[in-house]
Design a protein around this ligand. Structure first.
Ligand SMILES: [Zn+2]
Length: 477
């Protein structure tokens, strides 16, 4: 028996656009009959139907109320970039600035609609920041400010989490979980072309003049500030372990076993041993079930480059690293200006676009709460991270549409049966002849009316967006 759930609306039930003139309530019997006839064998007794009026509401509240009309300029302000002449003259600390808009992905499957939305939003925000400064430049501003605008860099960076586990390659021994990363098994290479294609396509969609880069976790862990960040985290490991990992109470810091061909890393860091010397340098021992302990020290940058973290710890390390990058680049620019060598120094500011499942308690307690606490334990203050949250894609029950990794096999079968399986995978989207740029266009409409970014969207809503476009294309042809 297959269970399914469908919301009925005249425009999403059929490719026959003539039905658009009928009311669902007038034709409910016919609509259900058509729907059942159009589906693969599904037990009609098991189907759940909901009828709606097709009207979409975007009520204001909280963030949408505040940022309804000034969304992208607010992001620019939060990154501490100038929005007018007085902002510009009061800073004077860098001759050039580059804003890096980060997105991330665990490349363990073909990206689904939610990931495509996040990617699109990053490029669209970059485009709008660029447009904002092009408009500012046309105004009555100083030559110096114009010159700064001419030089500003805005780029998108995809940080691939190649340290995410390859779930086909781990083990569980004596109550301890071990994993091999995608970096070690190289499993993610089979999905990488999908991510590269979406990046290329999103860059083209916004006009082709937003540069982008694709980085891996090694680009993060080899940043000069990382050893200092790891030292501070290790020093504060008891509190951080309790707060970031309330089940294991341990820092989920990992390092792949260096033994030839092994690569196992202990998932939760339960077996890790830490030593901190008088100067604050940390030495960390990791356990391999086959080859025993192996050790790294933060005084060796090559060692630190091999570290891996679980998601909340990585989020914290990354925020600290990008914040310190901003502070250090600003200070270098300021110092260079003071001795007349400002031309070559650029300040770097960072922001992040991510799904709104990371908003709320996750961000507040696991990130924002931790920054001042780490600052007080010797790391120093950093600028508050700037995060734009992309709307979530929800299933019929209001649950986040998940990568199949996290749900039972056979989940979302009803979506496949209803012809909506393409929302689960970019590869399927392409195979079914659906144009993913329809999603880009939808996200662009949300950004034009930013209150639409402060909410979620169901798979049924997005399917309707695709179907509406198909109807328009049919009429145009
Ligand atoms: Zn080993």
């Amino acid at each position: 028996m297959s269970w399914g759930y469908f919301t009925l609306h005249k425009s999403c039930l059929t490719t026959d656009c003539s039905i658009a003139s009928r009311s669902p309530t007038e034709n409910i019997g016919r609509i259900i009959s058509e729907l059942c006839n159009a589906l693969p064998p599904v037990d009609p007794q098991a189907l759940c139907f909901a009828v709606h009026d097709g009207k979409v509401h975007n009520p204001l509240g909280a963030g949408s109320y505040i940022f309804e009309k000034v969304y992208v300029p607010s992001l620019v302000r939060f990154m501490d970039l100038p929005l007018d002449e007085s902002d510009f003259t009061s800073r004077k600390r860098a001759t050039t600035s580059t804003a890096i808009i980060h997105i991330g992905a665990q490349p363990n499957n073909s990206p689904h609609a939610g990931t495509i939305i996040v990617f699109a939003l990053a490029f669209l925000i970059a485009r709008d920041i660029k447009k904002l400064y092009e408009e500012l430049r046309k105004g009555d501003i100083s030559e110096e400010f114009k010159s700064w605008i001419d030089d500003i860099g805005i780029e998108v960076r995809l940080d691939l989490v190649d340290t995410a586990p390859d779930n086909r390659s781990g083990c569980f021994l004596q109550g301890i979980a071990y994993q091999r990363s995608q970096r070690h098994t190289q499993a993610y290479h089979s999905y990488l072309p999908d991510y590269e294609e979406i990046m290329r396509s999103a860059a083209d969609f916004v006009g082709g003049d937003i540069p982008y880069k694709i980085f891996t976790q090694e680009n993060l862990t080899t940043m000069p500030s990382i050893p200092r960040i790891i030292n501070a985290i290790v020093k504060d490991r008891k509190r951080l372990g309790n707060e970031l990992a309330p089940v294991s109470h341990s820092l989920a810091m990992r390092c792949a076993c260096p033994h030839q061909g092994c690569g196992l890393a202990e998932k939760h860091g339960r077996m890790n041993k830490y030593l901190v010397d008088a100067s604050g340098v940390a030495t960390i021992s990791f356990h391999c079930p086959d080859h025993g302990d192996h050790t790294i020290t933060t005084s060796n940058p090559a060692d630190v480059g091999r570290l891996e973290f679980n998601t909340p710890l990585r989020n914290l390390v990354r925020a600290e690293a990008f914040g310190i990058h901003t502070i250090n680049s600003r200070e270098a620019a300021h110092n260079a200006l003071a001795v007349g060598e400002g031309e070559k120094i650029c300040e770097y500011v960072h922001m992040r676009v991510t799904g709104s499942d990371y908003a709320g308690m996750y961000s507040e307690q696991l990130l924002f709460r931790q920054l001042p606490l780490l600052s007080a334990s010797g790391l120093g203050a950093i600028p508050t991270p700037v995060i734009a949250y992309a709307p979530l894609v929800l299933d019929w029950a209001g649950s986040k549409l998940s990568k199949s990794l996290y749900v039972k096999e056979g989940a979302y079968k009803y979506l496949q049966e209803a012809g909506m399986g393409y929302l689960l995978s970019f590869a399927d989207m392409k195979e079914s002849g659906r144009d993913h740029r329809i999603l880009f266009g939808e996200v662009a409409r949300w950004l034009e009316d930013p209150k639409k970014l402060f909410r979620s969207y169901t798979v049924n809503y997005l399917h309707r967006v695709f179907e509406d476009q198909r109807c328009k294309d049919t009429k145009d042809n």
